[in-house]
Design a protein around this ligand. Structure first.
Ligand SMILES: Cc1cc2nc3c(=O)[nH]c(=O)nc-3n(C[C@H](O)[C@H](O)[C@H](O)COP(=O)(O)OP(=O)(O)OC[C@H]3O[C@@H](n4cnc5c(N)ncnc54)[C@H](O)[C@@H]3O)c2cc1C
Length: 218
């Protein structure tokens, strides 16, 4: 019996997750790791939604520092470092340059980046004078360029990260079906189509998790 049929045969689950983007995939991996009987249902290909169309940055949220959102920045920066450690083939360091011009306060940038590094638990900032910065980025050719800083965030293959999480989850005993759009929820019953098999299916779950992204309300 092929794996998909084996999965479709099961009627009762601890949790059913609707949506195979990064949110659903992350929950699937966590739940499978906890030993839950968990099924993820995706209407198209895994990562078909926003999770394959993002800017592909794994950032600590430098801009949120200016809004004083320290807890958020600390959590994102530490998650970034964790992803760099745990998935080095999918998440790579990416350096950003932050120029400043005569009349702007260098101290503001220096202090902001020092806090950013501190929250990440790792120093990445670097100071460049105007000539070095022009060498790195010739497009920064304004005559009032005073210098700049480099700091490190990260970039990823967003769809690849989703697939990695799903594969890890399946390895840990979770189940995930694509081409299985959920068409209705009635209490603990979840109704979906098995498109390759051309049939309508119904399963029961103790918990239904809506991870359908922009489609959540629908
Ligand atoms: C232009 C843009 C740039 C971005 N850049 C970044 C960035 O650089 N870094 C960053 O961290 N974040 C970025 N984001 C945000 C990030 O992409 C989203 O936060 C993230 O992808 C959301 O993931 P998700 O799993 O919640 O939703 P999605 O990836 O959209 O997943 C939802 C899934 O649910 C499925 N679904 C919907 N309805 C059903 C149904 N009835 N049955 C079964 N399945 C269903 C959909 O097919 C879809 O695959 C960006 C977003 C956009 C739009």
């Amino acid at each position: 019996m092929i794996w998909r049929d084996r999965c479709l045969e099961q009627r009762d689950w601890d949790a059913v997750i609707i949506g195979g983007g990064i949110t659903g995939a992350g929950i699937l991996r966590l739940a499978a790791g906890l030993g839950w009987r968990v099924l993820l249902l995706e209407q198209r290909d895994f990562a078909w939604g926003a999770s394959s169309r993002s800017g592909k940055l794994v950032h600590g949220g430098l801009r949120y520092l200016a809004q004083g959102r320290i807890t958020l920045v600390r959590e994102s920066a530490r998650e970034r470092e964790r992803l760099l450690r745990e998935a080095p083939d999918l998440v790579e360091p990416l350096t950003f340059l932050l120029p400043f011009y005569r009349g702007q306060r260098e101290l503001k940038y220096r202090a902001g980046l020092a806090v950013y590094d501190r929250l990440a638990g790792r120093r990445s900032r670097q100071r460049f004078d105007a000539a070095s910065l022009r060498g790195l980025a010739p497009c920064l050719d304004r005559p009032d360029l005073a210098g700049g800083f480099g700091y490190r965030d990260a970039a990823t293959d967003d769809a690849g990260l989703v697939l990695r999480l799903i594969l890890d989850a399946v390895g840990a005993g979770g189940f995930a079906l694509n081409y299985a759009p959920v068409t209705g929820i009635d209490g603990r019953a979840v109704v979906f189509s098995d498109e390759p098999g051309g049939r309508c299916c119904e399963v029961r779950a103790r918990v239904v998790i809506n991870a359908a992204g922009a489609w959540s309300d629908r």
